[in-house]
Design a protein around this ligand. Structure first.
Ligand SMILES: Nc1ncnc2c1ncn2[C@@H]1O[C@H](COP(=O)(O)OP(=O)(O)OP(=O)(O)O)[C@@H](O)[C@H]1O
Ligand SMILES: [Mg+2]
Length: 342
């Protein structure tokens, strides 16, 4: 599939997965890839439901070699290595309290929003009712999606929601369904209806699941996928296995004498303890490769979704060089990707 087709499948990609598996990293790589192909992409980052502090936001900027904490204002991130004319990457944070202010402004209640803000009650109002923060955030997302669908000036082609970790994401995406049952009328019900309509329409919104090739994250991904489909009615796009070790062909009979001899023939000196450590490292890497392969196979067997893979980057902090590598991996994976379930 060509990249443009992948991004044309839907308008909002909701990226979710267990904590720390690479949701933000993948969101950055998707945005960079979209921009590489001339599309403009908005990454929307949200905090866990109920949290009033901004989400962890520096990682995304650092991937693009920039500083900057995401907030309500959009931050323009410079897309890397794109062909001309490259698209654009923008990013912003989304929180319940700011979404409430925007809602009140859009509905002619500026004075009320100012009073709430100055009295310090904004946060309380935005988070008091269970499900309310979620509907505020999802309502804002739906508004952005509508603007993109209408091709409004400045609206992005693609929206990537860097969503909360899996357990929260299920509750978050389920919440409008709950509110539909609870609210019989009024603006909350109307908002919930519109959000449910977006979530259940695959041409408007699809979920991208991220996992690492390890036992617990894979098991949780399978459970989350089922919950998202059954409870939130969301369409699943693909699963991305992040951080897979690049494959090395390491013979099982590798031993210290062979390594010392091979080093000697190349004019290098390798001590026997050094060679023993290399043999141990090779055995560890082989075991890791075997276990990752087994988890990827299990994932395919238990979750009938197309897969993509991102390699593990040997770097303490991910920056532009790693983002370029991950974007390349995504691009080459998409060449043989098809929306057909495995
Ligand atoms: N492919 C990779 N290779 C190496 N390190 C990676 C890779 N992907 C992510 N990381 C590292 O793993 C850590 C977690 O990544 P990231 O912040 O993208 O995960 P997350 O799912 O967004 O986490 P959270 O749940 O906290 O939001 C980061 O330190 C990141 O640099
Ligand atoms: Mg994150």
């Amino acid at each position: 599939m060509v990249v443009e087709e992948f991004f044309a499948q839907t308008r909002v990609f909701v990226v979710t997965g267990k904590g720390g598996v690479g949701k933000t990293t993948l969101s950055g790589a998707m945005a960079n890839l979209a921009a590489r192909h001339g599309l403009s992409c908005l990454v929307v980052q949200m905090a866990a439901p109920g949290a009033s502090r901004p989400p962890e936001t520096a990682h995304l900027s650092r991937l693009f070699g920039q500083d900057g904490v995401l907030d309500y204002e959009e931050l323009v991130l410079k897309p890397l290595d794109g062909p001309e004319p490259a698209g654009q990457v923008r990013a912003r944070a989304l929180r319940a309290d700011t979404a409430l202010v925007e809602y009140l402004h859009a509905h002619g209640m500026k004075r009320l929003s100012r009073r709430l803000a100055t009295s310090g009650a904004l946060d309380v109002v935005a988070t008091a009712v269970p499900g309310m923060p979620d509907i505020l955030v999802l309502g804002k997302l739906k508004q952005m999606e509508r603007a993109a669908a209408a091709g409004q000036p400045g609206a992005p082609d693609v929206i990537v929601l860097d969503a909360p970790a899996a357990g929260h994401a299920v509750r978050f995406l389920q919440s409008p369904h709950g509110l539909l049952g609870a609210a019989t009328g009024g603006p909350v019900r109307a908002q919930a209806e519109e959000v449910v309509a977006m979530l259940s329409d695959p041409t408007r919104c699809q979920v991208v699941l991220v996992t690492t090739p390890e036992e617990t994250p894979v098991s949780e991904t399978v459970e989350t996928a089922q919950a998202l489909e059954d409870k939130a009615g969301a369409a699943l796009c693909t699963v991305v296995v992040n951080g897979r070790m690049p494959h090395l062909d390491l013979p099982a009979d590798l031993c210290a004498e062979v390594l010392v001899g091979a080093a000697g023939r190349r004019g290098a000196r390798l001590s026997e303890p050094g060679a023993n450590e290399l043999v141990a490292a090779a055995a560890l890497r082989r075991a890791r490769q075997r276990s990752e392969a087994a988890q990827v196979e299990r994932l395919a067997a238990e979750l009938p979704l197309p897969q993509l893979e991102l390699p593990f980057c040997f770097s303490t902090e991910l920056g532009p060089a790693q983002l370029a590598l991950l974007t390349d991996a995504l691009e080459s994976g998409l060449a043989s990707w098809s929306p057909v379930r495995l």
